[in-house]
Design a protein around this ligand. Sequence first.
Ligand SMILES: NC(=O)C1=CN([C@@H]2O[C@H](COP(=O)(O)OP(=O)(O)OC[C@H]3O[C@@H](n4cnc5c(N)ncnc54)[C@H](OP(=O)(O)O)[C@@H]3O)[C@@H](O)[C@H]2O)C=CC1
Ligand SMILES: O=C(CO)COP(=O)(O)O
Length: 312
Amino acid sequence: MKIAILGAGAFGGALAVALGRERPVTLWGRGLEGRQIARLPGITLPEAVSVTPDLAAIAPADAVLLALPMQALSAFSADHATLLRGKALVACCKGVDLRTGLGPVELLAQLEGGRAPAVLTGPSFAADIARGLPTALTLACTDETLGAQLQHALSTPVLRLYRSTDVIGAELGGALKNIVAIAAGVVIGAGLGDSARAALMTRGYAEMQRFALARGARPETLAGLSGFGDLVLTCTSQLSRNFRFGQALGAATPFDASQTVEGVATAKAVAQIAAKDGIDMPISTMVAALVDGTVTLGAAIQSLLTRPLKQE
Ligand SMILES: NC(=O)C1=CN([C@@H]2O[C@H](COP(=O)(O)OP(=O)(O)OC[C@H]3O[C@@H](n4cnc5c(N)ncnc54)[C@H](OP(=O)(O)O)[C@@H]3O)[C@@H](O)[C@H]2O)C=CC1
Ligand SMILES: O=C(CO)COP(=O)(O)O
């Protein structure tokens, strides 16, 4: 299976490093030249990685990994539908498209004549993958045969892929945990303490399950790497941009706007869907309001703490 990766940011670059240590792989990024990845300081791409700024160069690939920010995926895949047609597409982004309310797999499935798209998601910081540290991810695809082929093609001795057919559960776990990570960052930034963060994570997980199950996800997927696993990682590490963004919000300090923080747009998308479908999502709704500036930090905290007492 010939593999191409689209997007030479942190995650695309890290996947190229990991796979390129084992097999040939093509990495495309706009304006990409040389063997350094701007978002991965100190990392050099292995020799087996062919680097190109020319998208046509990925034409021979059988499998294409799309490591782009979620909000760029819809336009990008539509613009390059002809090139992507017939290939095994693997979404590597975490989020919900704000315009359509769709996840990455659902967006890619809209391309005509395509094979069942897959999603690669789970607890994995690009910096860890690029350093060759052990990582476990979920590869979800409704086509079991293709899923197994991708699992083997994309696993390495230190990058272990677990297979699933629950693409909705896998993509929603990765999308929703970013919202909770922003909220966890707010809790820590505002000085509310580790106990409050644990409570927030637990109630956030309940919220993730409520939303994902309503959309057809399986509970065990949410309890796996792509849900619970990534929630724990992202809510507890300073390496997470979503967590750091929330922390800055909670502490009222500046944050580098050039960073990709997927939870911002996804919180808005999820809050809209939850309101329309009548799903109780207090944390996501509050994060959406907070990032929109329609509620103050004090009011957001107060609103979550004064919800009616209920059974767990
Ligand atoms: N970083 C991580 O640890 C992990 C990230 N992910 C997920 O991977 C996805 C990508 O994130 P990440 O790599 O970290 O983000 P980065 O900000 O590091 O990189 C994003 C890349 O996408 C490119 N890009 C943005 N918009 C477009 C577009 N319209 N057309 C073509 N290329 C575009 C950027 O190019 P340019 O620089 O030219 O703007 C950049 O190379 C996210 O959904 C994230 O949640 C998943 C697991 C781990
Ligand atoms: O998804 C990630 C880890 O699994 C990366 O998290 P951030 O996007 O918050 O940096």
